[in-house]
Write a protein that binds this ligand. Sequence first.
Ligand SMILES: C[S@@+](CC[C@H](N)C(=O)[O-])C[C@H]1O[C@@H](n2cnc3c(N)ncnc32)[C@H](O)[C@@H]1O
Length: 308
Amino acid sequence: MTSSVRHIPVMLKEVLENLSIQNKKTYVDATFGNGGYTEAILNSADCKVIAIDRDPSVIQRATELKEKYGNRFEFRAGTFGELSGLVKEDVDGVVFDIGVSSMQLDDGFRGFSFNKEAPLDMRMSLDGISAKDIVNNLSEEELADILYNYGEEKKSRQIAHKIILYRQTKEIETTTELAEIIYSVLPKKFGQIDPATRTFQAIRIAVNDELNQLKNGLEAATKIIKEEGRIVVVTFHSLEDRIVKNFFTGNTSKKVHVSKYNHDDVVCDDKLFSISSKAIIPTQKECGINPRARSAKLRYAIKKKGLK
Ligand SMILES: C[S@@+](CC[C@H](N)C(=O)[O-])C[C@H]1O[C@@H](n2cnc3c(N)ncnc32)[C@H](O)[C@@H]1O
């Protein structure tokens, strides 16, 4: 990895509180990154962490933590979409910190950022279909759908059309080439969010199949946690937060009001979780220190007793 930037863990205090870390328990950090959550969990109690990441460039950091924490720490390479294959043991909590790390964004060769000239890549795992494959091979309609569905980009059709026109002259090879195509539809305006943000987010989500990964990861986490085990998820945009919210509420008993004469709520109690009623957001202080935290939302769920 060429990056010198270190990732600052987002909402760390809230993650630790809501995972409810205890001695002799085992936790999964499904998005190891720079190991910020992992190290804090290991320092909070005499517990064990199994860490997962799909990015091979985190191995060096994982090796450092292995030397420091010995058999209290284990790193397993892979995607959290395949969590049930990677973690066979029952665990007490799983934490997800969804998205890219500051190291990935900053690395000049990864192609995640429109601010840095780099080959159009965006693959967290460093294998599979790249952003370059997507923008140069998909049809106009398929591209527009990706930009609309994953980036909520209102000008998706116009941007997709410009991509197709550009492709007739040459392949799109770099991040800055793609950004310039986007700016030809949506010019940059001082003080406003960069118009390439939504398109880059959409292509990154498509390259890494991020939304399916999240759905599969949540399903798998539900299976590997013990009763009273916890799932904590930090997300950074509304598409991800909606998936987490719907998954948790879909697995939670609802209070159903049955009669206008009987004010007792009837609770169906065969569901999996009790959950945080609202998303927890970072403090203003944290957002001031770490602007990346501004869009973060944390939700957690606790598996009910008596359910497998
Ligand atoms: C926001 S960073 C995590 C930072 C970490 N919490 C820390 O404090 O250092 C997200 C990490 O999750 C990894 N990741 C994203 N999606 C993944 C997936 N589906 N499976 C495994 N790892 C994934 C990324 O490669 C990245 O390293």
